[in-house]
Write a protein that binds this ligand. Structure first.
Ligand code: GSH
Length: 248
């Protein structure tokens, strides 16, 4: 591949999954690079230096002078320049889903970060993203610094009651929108990418996106997974039908 376009992301994270899905769906040439939380922050800031203000986050798509630091902007870009059926990212009813699930994603971030901090195995797995596997247990303190870095960056405490009311509200809205149908907004659209990737925070998808066991546990909420098993089944079917198989 000769393209210089790059998507920097966290492969298991909902925001990255939806952006990556859109790029793949539209066959937008790019290479994918995995971000390393905390240690990768200086490189992320450097890549994001052209973005106006705010936090440097992933997914981050860069292509020459173009830098897109919001997952929805990446979806819109893919919809504009790519090939294949439109994801209707410019339709207000489709776009609204990004805002609808955002408070729930914030809840997931808090829950997952606290969970990882409290689980030595999950910390070992996080450390393994930056060190050789055999040495990873020694680097748990570094992984814990990474988790605390996330808490500080996104302004929440590492202790306390974990809320799920916003997640439940988003899940109920999603259930009502899908009803007996196949898609969130009529036909396959960016709303489905957003909804399916949001469900990572209930129970991560199996078989498409690699996740180590303790990290998978941290992302799983068993009570919600039981209550919203219908949505997880919907998500699994959507991945089976629409997740593009080609590598990148
Ligand atoms: N509004 C942003 C939110 C992205 C976001 O929250 N990214 C987080 C989770 S993937 C992140 O970059 N975390 C790692 C870090 O900040 O180092 C978007 O839609 O792209």
């Amino acid at each position: 591949m000769t393209t210089k376009a790059t998507l920097l992301g966290l492969s298991y994270s909902p925001w990255t999954i939806r952006a990556r899905w859109a790029l793949k769906h539209h066959a937008v040439p790019h290479r994918y690079r995995e971000h390393v939380i905390f240690l990768g922050e200086p490189a992320l800031r450097w890549r994001a230096r052209r973005l106006p203000g705010g936090r440097a986050t992933v997914p981050l798509f860069t292509d020459g002078p173009l830098a897109l630091g919001e997952s929805y902007a990446i979806i819109e870009h893919a919809d504009r320049v790519g090939s294949g059926a439109s994801l209707r990212a410019d339709e207000p009813s489709v776009r609204a889903w990004a805002e609808r699930v955002e408070p729930a994603l914030q809840e997931a971030r808090v829950r997952v970060t606290r969970q990882i901090l409290s689980d030595p195995e999950a910390l070992t797995e996080a450390a393994a993203s930056a060190t050789p596997r055999f040495a990873a247990p020694l680097f748990r303190p570094l992984a814990a610094m990474g988790a605390r870095h996330v808490a500080k960056k996104y302004e929440f405490g590492v202790n306390g009651e974990t809320a799920s009311a916003r997640t439940e509200a988003a899940l109920d809205a999603l259930r009502a929108a899908i009803g007996d149908g196949e898609y969130v907004e009529g036909g396959f659209s960016a709303a489905d990418l957003i909804a399916a990737s949001f469900l990572q925070g209930v129970r991560p998808i199996d078989g498409y996106i690699r996740l180590d066991p303790a990290t998978r546990r941290a992302w799983t909420d068993d009570a919600l997974a039981d209550r919203y098993a219908d949505l997880l089944a919907w998500r699994d079917a959507l991945f089976a039908k629409h997740w593009p198989a080609q590598a990148s």
